[in-house]
Write a new protein. Structure first.
Length: 58
């Protein structure tokens, strides 16, 4: 994790987001739905119940 953080800290923020987005697309293409959901719930720092039901109503 520290290696990734060191690389990102030395990048332009917009380029870092572009590269991270492209990498995430590749990772999500091989992940199962449960792993992807856990990732997003961890990213939102939430247990998932309230956010998930809120997302369903969008």
């Amino acid at each position: 994790m520290k290696n990734i953080l060191n690389i990102v800290e030395n990048m332009d923020p917009e380029q870092a987001l572009k590269d991270i987005g492209s990498t995430l697309k590749k990772l999500f293409s091989v992940m199962d739905k449960d792993a992807a959901t856990r990732f997003f719930m961890n990213l939102l720092d939430d247990s998932g119940d309230d956010k998930m039901s809120g997302m369903v109503h969008l």
